[in-house]
Design a protein around this ligand. Structure first.
Ligand code: DHB
Ligand code: FE
Length: 279
């Protein structure tokens, strides 16, 4: 049986790609952000997971507004990154795990979720940058299963639904016959708003309460509608749905091994959590 070993949640700002390319990790602006990843990398080098399920939101690279799935799961042999127009280098393709992807898709459909299955899938900065932060040599040792959640075009799935999706993904992984170890990764958030009247909006008290809730009361955020979550965290802060799905995908007793929170990176409150589960 495959085993879930923990969860990592992080922000995914495109400017990180520029900072990596220019080697700015020790620059005063970037240091408090990059330093946060050191203990997470240490944990990964000890635990050595085989597979990463990556909950993320596409920003218009693979899905555009003309066709917008609520949930989509990758079932591709590899996932290429491509130019999104941010002026950052594209990163190396990630290997997929097609057999486990199909098992996850089948299991989700059996549980009355209706994901789009993607045998070809480009992945944007929401996947490529977290992987580059976690495995900086760009030789990512895990096979990826991208799970895309729509946060860009209304109607968005509710926090409650994303929580249930995470739980269903966990059941799918745990019912896989292989003996792989699996890390859950969620990318996006925390509070930020890139446009409109509230551009630059950040809500530190809400972010900190949300991070705390993932350990102490994981369903806390599910009391809110997506509109209420946008009000509290910004139009792009709603990407916190990925953190919720990731937390929900951790079975058993969950403890926090590491956390970092830094304002701002670009327009974003950058958060990071490493959670481990027993069971
Ligand atoms: C920024 C943050 C994001 O989550 C994103 O997808 C794009 C840009 C930013 O703060 O610049
Ligand atoms: Fe984003």
């Amino acid at each position: 049986m495959a085993r879930i070993v923990g969860g990592i949640t992080t922000s995914h700002v495109p400017a990180i790609g520029g900072a990596i390319a220019k080697g700015l990790q020790n620059d005063p602006y970037w240091k408090p952000f990059f330093d946060g990843f050191v203990p997470v990398r240490q944990w990964l080098s000890e635990v050595k997971p085989d597979v990463a399920v990556v909950f993320y939101n596409d920003h218009g690279l693979n899905f555009f507004l003309d066709k917008m799935p609520t949930f989509a799961v990758g079932a591709a042999p590899e996932y290429r990154n491509a130019d999104e127009g941010w002026g950052i280098p594209t990163l190396a393709p990630l290997a997929g795990h097609q057999a486990l992807s199909w098992h996850v898709i089948e299991s989700l459909v059996n549980e009355e979720f209706d994901p789009v299955s993607c045998q070809e899938m480009l992945v944007d900065h929401a996947v490529s940058l977290p992987m580059a932060l976690l495995w900086p040599d760009q030789k990512c040792p895990v096979k990826a299963i991208p799970v895309c959640i729509n946060t860009v075009q209304a109607p968005l799935p509710s926090a409650k639904r994303c929580f249930k999706l995470g739980q269903a993904v966990a059941r799918a992984v745990q019912s896989w016959q292989g003996d792989e170890t699996v890390v859950m990764i969620g990318t996006g958030g925390l509070s930020h708003q890139l446009d409109g009247e509230r551009a630059g909006f950040i809500n530190k008290p809400f972010d900190l309460e949300f991070m705390r809730s993932l350990i102490e009361n994981p369903m806390w955020a599910t009391q809110y509608s997506t509109y209420e979550l946008v009000e509290k965290s910004g139009t792009q802060g709603i990407e916190l749905l990925m953190w919720l799905a990731t937390r929900a995908a951790l079975p058993g007793q969950v403890t926090q091994l590491h956390t970092n929170y830094h304002i701002p990176i670009s327009n974003t409150a950058a958060g990071l959590m490493l959670m481990v589960n027993q069971g």
